[in-house]
Design a protein around this ligand. Structure first.
Ligand code: IPM
Ligand code: MG
Length: 349
């Protein structure tokens, strides 16, 4: 029995999650597995109503689930950072989901903005460290509001945090068994402390994986190569902040936010899967958002939840089929509504 916690969240989150759950129902029937859904109303609406971001005990309650399926967090009526830090980062950190796994894969039939690149050229995975770096919220203000104001925001890297992330990336590169190439993306020429640690740990762990080739890119060069020669990449490992930035770029070269999925992974605990785009307030409630990213996140959830790899492959295959029938992957331009696309995926199972 697969126990899934569902957080629809804000904006278009609930709409795309509903389509994912439609697909879950179809794939569970086909593969004869059982699941339960427990819904949580965390998000902007709840915050505006009650004044709390996460209720007391929420994290402990979520620990009892096999996985969390998340739509999106972020609300136009709430100041930036409140929900993002209070819900999304709080769950990532407290559940120790130290890997943010973001595949970048161009499907057959998807219009690639990089003309001349095809599905064979764009197929890599970004392993983004997910609990450290500039995201820890360490720092502060002095003399706030005066012309003497100083603000600091600390880039934090720990040996343990870097090592477990780098090790996960080496294991994944070996398991993918594609080009067997792992690229560290950092900025060692400027961030000579934090990224020196990354560099040393990367090379140290590499010794245990003689079958995996390694490479290094500065993050700015990586942005260039992702557009110019994405075929160079197999697996990328990178700190949290750079991972955030380069995976938006990755989402674009695979066809857009409509198809980009991600997993916040704690290999020994509860993981959380989400479409990587935001809550898209301007499309909320219009039945126009593309649910394929959320459906892809569902496939990741199934793949990482023990024995359901075949079910996950089937969902991915169904997505690949449906992708070819859409006019575009962008919201409002698919030629179908959100619910129609979800139904098409469910039916092709
Ligand atoms: C992402 C998002 C989040 C992040 C925001 C909403 C806090 O951009 O999942 O990539 O920066 O991690
Ligand atoms: Mg982001």
């Amino acid at each position: 029995m697969l126990k899934i916690a569902v957080i629809g969240g804000d904006g278009t989150g609930p709409e795309v999650v509903a389509e994912g759950l439609k697909v879950l129902d179809a794939v569970a029937k086909k593969h004869r597995f059982q699941y339960t859904l427990t819904r949580f109303d965390f998000g902007g609406a709840r915050y505006l109503r009650t004044g709390d971001v996460l209720p007391e005990g929420a994290v402990e309650e979520l620990r009892a689930f096999d996985a969390i399926y998340l739509g999106a967090i972020g609300h136009p009526d709430v100041p930036p950072g409140v929900l993002e830090k209070g819900i999304l980062l709080e769950l990532r950190f407290r559940l120790d989901q130290y890997i943010n796994l973001r595949p970048v894969k161009l499907y057959e039939g998807v219009d690639c903005p990089l003309k001349d690149k095809g599905p064979a050229d764009i197929d890599f995975v970004v392993v983004r460290e997910n609990t450290e770096d500039l995201y820890v919220g360490s720092g502060g203000f002095a003399h706030k509001g005066t012309d003497m104001e100083v603000a600091t925001q600390i880039m934090l890297a720990t040996y343990v945090g870097v090592e477990r992330c780098v090790r996960y990336a080496f294991e994944l590169t070996r398991k993918r068994n594609r080009r067997k190439l792992l690229t560290l993306v950092a900025k060692t020429n400027v961030l000579t402390f934090a990224h020196d640690l990354w560099w040393r740990v990367f090379n140290q762990v590499a010794k245990e994986y003689p079958d995996v080739k390694t490479d290094y890119n500065h993050v700015d060069a990586c942005c260039m190569w992702m557009v110019k020669s994405p075929e160079l990449y197999d697996v990328i490992v990178t700190p949290n902040m750079f991972g955030d930035i380069i995976t938006d770029l990755g989402a674009m070269i695979q066809g857009g936010m409509g198809i980009a999925s991600g997993g916040n992974i704690n290999p020994g605990g509860v993981s959380m899967y989400e479409p990587i785009g935001g809550s898209a307030p301007k499309y909320t409630g219009k039945n126009v958002i593309n649910p394929l990213a959320a459906i892809g996140a569902l496939a990741m959830l199934l793949r990482h939840s023990g024995k359901l790899a075949q079910a996950a492959d089937d969902v991915d295959a169904a997505v690949m089929k449906v992708v070819k029938r859409l006019k575009s992957l962008s919201a409002g331009k698919m030629g179908y509504s959100t619910t129609e696309v979800g139904t098409m995926v469910a039916e092709s199972l």
